[in-house]
Design a protein around this ligand. Structure first.
Ligand SMILES: [Zn+2]
Ligand SMILES: [Zn+2]
Length: 226
């Protein structure tokens, strides 16, 4: 089986993270993963990228965590793919299958409502996983749902201490008959590193291929502490 982390942050780009992309790559390689998808907080989330720079410079800075992880991954034999975590009033959506050039060309996404954004991502060939939909912390001002505009639901987020968040996410996915997956939301290599992710029988070739595996039911969830 091949092991993948699908949801993680780097300190280059996520203000709440404290390990670099390269450090994260080494940690996952040592833990036996085949690959990782770097999903830093986008400009509507907890980003390190200053808001007052020109768009091109912001995108350039945004991709640093991924690029550093990718360079290290190439060196040590870990597949590293790109994604981003788009936040809408505190609710998080993991976007896969798009790249830096797409971000450079799409400054307009910042002015979109959530549904418009999700439709646009799909029209451009991207895919979306609803991250931890029932996480219930004070930093999230409201829960937002888009069940007809996501390709799957993160029903296990191994960072959660409260099991009810995942139990509700499982019910939500069943209710709407949505594909299910797992991510960890790791923010460093030590006290905010949780294991988790998915197992697949075939080697994945891209972040888009990962979501395809989820849709096909080929991505086996790694439960917490496993
Ligand atoms: Zn964070
Ligand atoms: Zn996250």
């Amino acid at each position: 089986m091949y092991k993948y982390e699908t949801h993680l942050h780097t300190s280059e780009t996520s203000a709440c993270a404290n390990s670099t992309g390269a450090e994260m790559a080494v940690k996952y390689k040592e833990a036996g993963y085949t690959g990782i998808i770097v999903t830093d907080h986008f400009f509507n989330g907890n980003t390190t990228v200053p808001r007052d720079l020109p768009w091109e410079e912001r995108v350039e800075l945004f991709c640093k965590g991924y690029e550093n992880a990718k360079a290290k991954g190439d060196e040590i034999g870990l597949d590293v793919y790109f994604g981003f975590e788009y936040t809408y009033h505190g609710s998080d959506f993991l976007v896969y299958g798009l790249d830096k050039q797409w971000l450079l060309d799409n400054e307009k996404i910042m002015g979109m409502t959530l549904y418009k954004f999700l439709d646009h991502v799909h029209a451009c060939g991207g895919r979306v996983i609803h991250a931890h939909p029932f996480r219930d912390y004070d930093y999230i001002p409201m829960m937002t749902f888009a069940p007809h505009r996501v390709d799957g639901v993160e029903i296990v987020n191994t960072s959660h201490a409260d099991p009810s968040f995942d139990e509700r996410a499982k019910m939500f996915a069943e209710w709407y008959n949505l594909p299910v997956t797992c991510g960890s939301d790791a923010h460093n290599t030590t006290n905010r590193w949780y294991g988790g992710g998915v197992l697949t029988e075939r080697k994945l070739t891209s972040a888009l291929d990962y979501v395809d595996a989820v849709i096909m039911g080929e991505a086996k969830i790694i439960e917490k502490n496993k």
